[in-house]
Ligand binder design. Structure first.
Ligand code: MG
Length: 384
């Protein structure tokens, strides 16, 4: 890629799955790592600090005991240190933080005029309107890292927004969509964690099994691409080979295709609009089965809860996300059944009064209110 200047990277959530793969891609591209942030002072972040001696390090939660003497280098502690890293000028900030703690660094990166490679779902779910406002009023740009949104991003390149008929997000369907014989009331935690195509964290694996993850992606697509909810569809595609489609007004359909591998969307977010040879194996399409099916919206009510929360706007998406996080934690703890997750989320959406989200504090309040209402809903369902 001759002549294109790639900026150094800041990796937030450096010890997570996105963070680890980002470092791998940065090494492959020969990009300097300017900074790394992690939630806690784990052996992993200390090892990364040694491996990247020039990178600044921030850790959100200070350790209980002072152990500075044991560290051979400076580490800044606290959420503000993580946000400060996102403000490093002329960097690409990869936000792989899990949870609503990712919102402030997202806003900080954009305000600074940085490129934001966004993998933190809560930035758009909890603070979508604020992120859009900041994006419009700053020099920052945003490239999605999620495989589906990265696919849509590729399909929309060079196209006119008014010529898009609809976007079709693909969903693996999780471990249960293809198994109508399974009674979802009785599934165990380990059954629900067994994702067929992607290996992921515990919450996102459960969110894939309920289709709530796809509900979140519908809302994210609304914010990322300025689409109405009636322009966003979901199709079940068990092999996760087509990462999403865009259909245009003339009937032409574009897709982005390949084996599931997050290094591809990560690399795109670091190099776009340029293309650089990847370390990923080229896609071998021979023998690949491309099967698509309409989602079962009755068996998987989370999908429509997402559309409902998205259309409600304001605090709807923030409450949806907060309620789901609480409900999934309760399921993983064995306190509620798998099918109770959507029930808890629906009850929470009904219990929390609609409100606007135009400031960071309103976004964080919507998150906190959603969590509190969801805990009550979980409490009323436990021990049944
Ligand atoms: Mg995805």
């Amino acid at each position: 890629m001759a002549g294109a200047a790639l900026t150094p990277v800041v990796v937030l959530g450096a010890t997570g799955s996105i963070g680890r793969q980002t470092l791998e891609v940065a090494d492959h591209l020969g990009l300097p790592v300017h900074g790394m942030a992690a939630g806690t002072l784990s052996a992993h972040i200390i090892e990364l600090a040694r491996r990247y001696p020039d990178a600044s390090i921030a850790v959100a939660h200070p350790p209980e005991k002072r152990i500075d003497a044991a560290l051979e280098r400076r580490i800044d502690f606290g959420p503000e240190a993580v946000t400060a890293l996102a403000r490093s000028p002329q960097t690409t900030v990869v936000n792989g933080i899990v949870g609503s703690a990712g919102l402030e660094p997202t806003l900080a990166a954009l305000e600074t005029g940085n490129r934001l490679a966004l993998a933190n779902k809560e930035s758009l779910l909890t603070g979508g309107p604020i992120v859009l406002e900041t994006l419009c009023s700053s020099d920052g740009d945003l490239i999605p890292v999620d495989s589906e949104h990265s696919a849509v991003w590729h399909c929309l390149r060079g196209e006119e927004p008014e010529e898009v008929r609809r976007v079709i997000l693909t969903a693996s369907g999780g471990p249960f969509h293809a198994r109508p014989d399974v009674n979802l009331c009785d599934v165990s935690v380990s059954d629900a964690l067994a994702h067929p195509t992607w290996s992921m964290g515990r919450r996102i694996s459960i969110d894939s099994a309920t289709l709530m993850n796809k509900a979140f992606e519908v809302i994210e697509a609304h914010f990322l691409f300025g689409l109405g909810y009636d322009q966003i569809d979901v199709m079940i595609h068990p092999t996760s080979y087509v990462h999403s489609f865009v259909e245009f007004v003339d009937g032409v359909v574009k897709a982005e295709v390949g084996p599931p591998d997050m290094r591809k969307p990560i690399q795109n977010a670091l190099t776009a609009p340029h293309r650089v040879r990847a370390s990923v194996e080229p896609a071998d399409l021979a023998g690949v089965e491309l099967v698509f099916a309409v989602p079962d919206r009755e068996r998987f009510p989370a999908l429509d809860l997402g559309y409902r929360a998205g259309r409600r706007g304001g605090n709807g998406p923030a409450v949806l996300n907060a309620a789901d996080e609480v409900a999934v934690a309760a399921f993983l703890d064995g306190r509620i059944r798998f099918t109770d997750i959507a029930v808890v989320v629906e009850e929470t959406l009904e219990a929390v009064r609609p409100a606007s989200v135009t400031t960071l504090s309103e976004a964080l309040e919507a998150d906190a209110t959603g969590r509190e209402a969801a805990r009550e809903a979980v409490g009323s369902r436990t021990f049944r």
